[in-house]
Design a protein around this ligand. Structure first.
Ligand code: ATP
Ligand code: MG
Ligand code: MG
Length: 535
């Protein structure tokens, strides 16, 4: 009889996945992140590892292709980026970290060794905090401890051609700066792993040090996992979050089955490295056959000496970190939901949408301040949220128009004025939508964009809400719509309540005829009265 825990329930795939209480999962992550510095780690060639499709081996220098006699020259930008990350993770930067050579032979590694940090890493310790409130883990809070950060070079790429049994080598990626971050084995369920990966990915994007994309390989996650303290298995080559989660589920079940069958002492005796073929984990190599990398300090690279003041300077220049922003946005006066706060604070896909996160957040905060200054204590926090997060961003995406340009037409003071007009019901919500769209579309078409004059536009388009609606006029508009519809069946359906939906259609017609200046509720009430609706 199996007992299930409530640790983690996954609906990935068809079958539900659960951890079993008698089989304890222990897991640690190693995450490699490519830094988006301008140049490579030890050469001046441009750092553009994804340009291979157009020009293989283009972004290379003599050092990247390992011509004899060339020497590595450290790129300080990579050190700055690594320091930013270390400080954000509360990891202690070593005052003198060193580079080592890890020797192995491979076609895409022409030096014959990879320069990494083995004996004396860049920083040690640190943590990421996961919480139930922000990250959705099952525990209230959990610290995932970081063992260390090490700086290393990426390798080139081998492309295998099955057809003529050849390998192509592309060295555009060779010598791209990487940071390997290693956690302690603090994870005990899948939700924690998932949340951590998202949080770390978001952090490197927020710090502006990497695109953090798993799909391009800019971020690569290796998962080390063991069950009931048997040997750890390391899962590598996991292309995206869903593969990571599915591979962990599969591997957990595989190890549980081995333990149940009584073969664990034999089959889980040595740690091994496994890959993911899309449906199962497959053995790549066992640690019995580990290569001796003959690590040795690189004699051509002196240690990186960083003073405490330099580290302090970087710490002081860091942007406010995402958790802190989320907490602020979810508290008074903003009172945003977690979902909306994340839209403002977190760049979900790493690419520039029509805005960058800092720009959007500043716009929101500034507009909010100006709006509350205009309306005083009766402000409605939902107005800026809805109009910025939903209306404005929706329109920018639809029009493919960047926020930076939209801001010229609609700086925070103008947007706050628009909110104020909506707040005071001087303009109906339907009219405001039309107006906003019009302003953005006109700004997109125009070469010279300047702040709009809202009052003038509202007057020109006659968008002022009709404050006092003449009941007779309202009745007449409704009667006209009813006669135009000319469908007794539809009207009877509405009246009897059998088909309520078409009432919305009638109201929509009213909004159209009045160009959004009469409130939908007034139309609805009048139609109900005229049709004798009792529901
Ligand atoms: N018993 C265990 N169960 C699961 N994970 C473990 C266990 N012991 C250690 N780990 C995890 O294994 C990882 C070890 O990574 P580390 O980079 O130190 O060594 P490595 O995997 O041997 O080296 P390489 O960088 O060459 O892959 C860490 O993330 C650690 O948390
Ligand atoms: Mg490692
Ligand atoms: Mg490893």
């Amino acid at each position: 009889m199996l007992r299930f825990t409530r640790h983690y329930v996954s609906t990935v795939g068809h079958k539900e996945f659960r951890l079993l209480p008698d089989f304890q999962l222990k897991c640690g992550l190693e995450i490699h992140t490519q830094l988006n510095t301008r140049n490579k780690l030890f050469s001046r060639s441009t750092n553009d590892p994804f340009d291979s499709y157009n020009a293989p081996n283009y972004h290379t220098s003599f050092f990247d292709v390992a011509l004899p006699g060339t020497l590595p020259k450290l790129n300080y930008e990579a050190i700055l980026y690594a320091t930013r990350l270390a400080v954000a993770l509360n990891s202690e930067v070593s005052s003198c970290s060193q580079f080592d050579r890890k020797h192995y032979f491979y076609g895409d590694q022409p030096l014959g060794y990879q320069i990494t940090q083995h004996y004396n890493p860049f920083s040690k310790g640190g943590f990421i905090e996961l919480t139930k409130a922000l990250d959705g883990i099952h525990q209230e809070r959990l610290h995932i401890d970081i063992l260390q950060l090490q700086i290393e070079q990426d390798t080139g790429k081998s492309i295998y051609k099955e057809t003529d049994q050849t390998s192509l080598i592309d060295l555009n990626r060779s010598n791209v700066p990487l940071i390997e971050m290693v956690t302690l084995p603090n994870f005990s369920d899948l939700k924690q792993i998932h949340s951590f990966i998202k949080k770390y990915q978001n952090l490197v994007r927020h710090l502006g040090i990497s695109t953090g994309d798993l799909e391009t390989g800019a971020m690569r996650v290796d998962v080390n996992m063991s069950v009931n303290d048997f040997c750890r298995v390391e899962l590598k080559n996991l292309p995206n979050t869903s593969s990571i989660m599915r591979a962990v589920e599969f591997e957990y079940k595989r190890q549980v089955d081995i333990i149940r069958s009584g073969d664990a002492a034999k089959l889980l005796k040595y740690s091994e490295t496994r890959g993911w073929n899309g449906s199962q984990t497959v053995k790549l190599r066992s640690k019995e056959t580990t290569i001796d990398y003959r690590y040795m300090p690189d004699p051509e690279l002196p240690c990186i000496t960083l003073s405490a003041e330099a580290v302090k300077g970087v710490k002081e220049s860091l942007p406010i970190l995402p958790d802190k922003i989320l907490h602020r946005l979810m508290a008074s006066p903003y009172d945003l939901s977690l979902k909306d706060a994340k839209i403002l604070a977190i760049n979900a896909n790493g690419h520039d949408q029509q805005y960058n996160q800092g720009e959007l957040l500043n716009f929101y905060i500034e507009t909010f301040a100006q709006y509350t200054a205009l309306v005083g204590s009766s402000f409605n926090a939902k107005l800026p949220t809805n109009w910025i997060i939903h209306e404005l961003l929706g329109n920018l995406n639809k029009l493919e128009f960047p926020l930076s340009s939209a801001l010229i037409a609609l700086p925070p003071s103008n947007f706050a004025e628009l909110l104020n007009l909506i707040h005071a019901k001087k303009i109906s919500s339907a009219s405001a939508k039309l107006l906003l769209f019009h302003i953005l579309e006109a700004a997109k078409r125009s070469d010279v964009v300047e702040p709009v004059n809202l009052q003038e536009l509202i007057a020109n388009f006659e968008l002022d809400a009709i404050q006092e609606v003449d009941p007779e006029e309202l009745r007449n508009i409704c009667l006209q719509i009813i006669s135009e519809v000319n469908s007794p069946k539809l009207l009877e359906g509405i009246a009897s309540g059998k088909k309520k939906g078409p009432l919305k259609y009638l109201v929509g017609q009213g909004m159209r005829l009045s160009q959004g200046r009469i409130k939908p509720q007034l139309f609805e009430d009048t139609f109900k009265q005229l049709l004798g609706v009792e529901w």
